[in-house]
Write a protein that binds this ligand. Structure first.
Ligand code: PEP
Ligand code: MN
Length: 337
């Protein structure tokens, strides 16, 4: 932590600041520059509230140098993390695509879409069995029946399964039928759930919360990592802003920012970020160009009949065209899909 001292601060104020820092357990290092004095505080604690120092007389500003997240940080691990799931690798040079319906609706639907996914060369099938709906009257998912159906469909076409877990008592079932646990935006700060998936032996895709800063998002990843589960990757899915011509605002800049600060792979989900079918391909292309390690896309062959998120589902032919475009962009930046 660095404390910048006000130009007009008195010696008494400066020694008071130093005394406060030492009382909090920091080692201090004062440096008097030509323009202003700075105090370096060494030994910053994860949860230290910098406002305690900022409020002292004579303090101009306080900067935290060490990020509060440790295991997720680039300083903890310089090389990009990769996650191996059967013969698929998440992260690294390859860009992984996840596709499938918003919800698993029936055996016929999930088999139809699993075939589309496999024929597009995609390795990971998505589909929600437990759905986090804004309304309690909306379709809530098929539950365990849905998990069984998506597993069966994925096995038929040699795919991996990713599906969302909403609460602690669903973790065992999700781990039994899925290859990757999805932790959704609404649960990004469900700390009890984060701790439990931290003990699970399945990789976790952690979506960014609806109004979460990147730091809060990485702190949530830290919960999972500190529980012992090292197989975590992130997914940007849009954040809430004042803009309402799109479902959310797609924060494309989160991709390079996360890459700078963390070694964890970062995916993008333009479907939930934008929410409008025709706006999803351009945003997916942009996410590949921005360096995303993976893209998640919702698809449906009968979107008008979909039980959730029909308006944002790409039709199979639109998806397959998007795949060819994303492949071109990936190869232009030296990556592959
Ligand atoms: C989903 O991917 O099915 C989903 C509900 O997304 P989010 O948590 O990003 O809203
Ligand atoms: Mn959805």
């Amino acid at each position: 932590m660095v404390i910048v001292i006000k130009n007009n601060a008195t010696e008494k104020e400066i020694s008071n600041i130093i005394a406060h820092l030492e009382d909090e357990g920091f080692k201090t290092h004062r440096s008097d520059g030509e323009q202003r004095s700075i105090i370096g505080a060494i030994g910053v604690k994860t949860n230290f509230d910098t406002r305690k120092i900022k409020m002292l007389d004579g303090v101009a500003d306080v900067y935290r140098v060490t990020a509060p997240f440790k295991l997720a940080s680039r300083s903890f691990k310089e090389d990009n993390s990769t996650i191996k799931i059967k013969d698929t690798i998440i992260g690294g040079n390859n860009i992984s695509i996840i596709a499938g319906p918003c919800s698993i609706e029936s055996e016929k639907q999930i088999f139809h879409l699993a075939k589309v996914v496999a024929e597009s060369g995609v390795k990971i099938l998505r589909g929600g069995a437990f759905k986090p709906r804004s309304s309690p009257y909306s379709f809530q998912g098929l539950g365990i029946e849905g998990l069984k159906l998506i597993r069966k469909a994925a096995d038929e076409f040699g795919l991996l399964v990713i599906t969302e877990v909403l609460q602690i008592n669903q973790i065992d079932d999700v781990c039994k039928y899925a290859d990757i646990i999805q932790l959704g935006a609404r649960n990004m700060q469900n700390f009890a759930l984060l701790k439990e998936v931290g003990k699970a032996n399945k990789p976790v895709m952690l979506k960014r919360g609806l109004s979460a800063t990147i730091e809060e998002w990485l702190m949530s990843a830290e919960y999972i990592l500190s529980g012992g589960n090292e197989d975590v990757f992130l997914c940007e899915r849009g954040i809430r802003t004042f803009e309402n011509y799109t479902r959310n605002t797609f924060d494309l800049s989160a991709i390079p920012v996360v890459h700078e600060r963390s070694h964890l792979p970062v995916f993008a989900d333009p479907s939930h970020a934008v929410g409008l079918r025709d706006k999803i391909p351009p945003m997916a292309r942009a996410a590949v160009a921005a360096g995303a390690d993976g893209i998640m896309i919702e698809i449906h062959h009968e979107p008008e009949k979909a039980l959730s998120d029909g308006p944002q589902a790409l039709l199979p032919e639109q998806f397959s065209y998007l795949m060819s475009e994303m492949r071109l962009i990936a190869s232009a930046i030296g990556r592959s899909i």
